[in-house]
Ligand binder design. Structure first.
Ligand code: MRU
Length: 317
């Protein structure tokens, strides 16, 4: 498993990221020396995944404070770097209270601790010999260490509960085929990458026992935004009576947004889908709460009705 500081870290005068765009072919670091450079790393997906984006913003804010940057400008450029992951705004709200490097590093440490706790809770929901399916990358790379949905799979694997993992390749940027497969290979977990469109027939042939994904923002009613394609998996899972679990820290729960309709969905460059023809590239979709068997945070498994069960899903510092 990658050490948290290998994924991202704050040094005296820079924030250093493992460049997730280059993985798994090359392990190259990117150094950012201003808040604007950190924002650019978030926007261009050098660093990605909701909790990791939040940690990156915290480090960028701390760096700006150390450098004596205009803090309003630093906050603005970081806050607007990507719209969907609520962890970004959450981390900046935290950093406004205390912009010190120590606070930013404490946010990173706490996020990894939440991952370990939620992963243990989620693993306990899985039956022996589970063949899990996951989408995008919700591993350590996405959370700054250990992971959420992939953390749950790792935890369940260590408990002897996982037989095999199906990894959606996750068009168009292939976070599954590049990052999740790399993490599972490193951990020695049996897995196979599938085309996103293969999930339906694998479910129909009885080869999927549970679907686990992360989240970028969970509304107060349990509607959940995650990587584009998550909603179709949830519909498929419901049709085949397969449990669909969302695993995410409480920093991903947005209590101020009442339903999925209020979640901003990022539209990215159409050239990521095809460089040649007209295209549309929504980066996330919203899975209605009714399709989610449980939302697992560091506090445990929250079950419907989520408007009640998510009330306690708040970050305790
Ligand atoms: O566009 P990305 O790669 O940042 O999207 C990431 C996801 O959708 C993840 O599933 C989500 O952030 C959860 S990460 C624990």
């Amino acid at each position: 498993m990658l050490a948290p500081e290998r994924i991202l870290r704050l040094e005296d005068d820079r924030v250093v990221f493992l460049d997730q765009r280059r993985l798994p072919l090359e392990e190259i670091e990117v150094e950012c020396r201003t808040a604007a450079e950190v924002a650019d790393a978030i926007r261009t997906m050098v660093v990605r995944g909701a909790p990791a984006i939040g940690i990156a913003a915290a480090y960028g804010y701390a760096l700006a404070a150390v450098r004596g940057e205009d803090m309003d400008a630093a906050e603005h450029v970081l806050r607007t770097s990507r719209p969907t992951a609520v962890n970004l705004g959450w981390a900046l709200d935290e950093m406004r209270r205390d912009p010190s490097p120590a606070h930013a590093r404490a946010i990173h440490d706490a996020e990894v601790a939440r991952c370990r706790a939620m992963s243990a809770h989620a693993a306990s929901l899985l039956a022996p010999n589970t063949r899990a399916l996951t989408h995008c990358n919700a591993g350590g790379l996405a959370t700054g260490g250990y992971g959420s949905a992939v953390g749950a799979i790792l935890s369940a694997w260590e408990a002897g509960l996982v037989e095999h993992v199906w990894v959606d390749e996750t068009r168009p940027l292939l976070q599954g085929a590049r990052l999740t497969a790399w993490e599972l290979e490193t951990a020695g977990v049996p897995h196979a990458v599938i085309a996103d469109s293969a999930a339906a027939s694998l479910m129909a042939s009885g080869e999927v026992d549970a679907v686990l994904t992360g989240a970028d923002r969970i509304a107060a009613n349990g509607d959940t935004a995650n990587k584009i394609g998550t909603y179709s998996l949830a519909v498929l899972a419901a049709h085949h009576d397969i449990p669909f679990y969302v695993v995410a820290p409480s920093s991903t729960v947005d209590h101020s947004t009442t339903s999925g309709a209020g979640i901003p969905i990022e539209e990215r460059d159409p050239a990521e889908v095809t460089p040649r023809f007209a295209a549309r590239n929504p980066a996330f979709d919203v899975t209605p709460a009714a399709l989610i068997r449980a939302i697992v945070t560091e506090h445990g498994a929250h079950t419907p009705p989520y408007a009640d069960s998510l009330v306690g899903a708040v970050v305790s510092v």
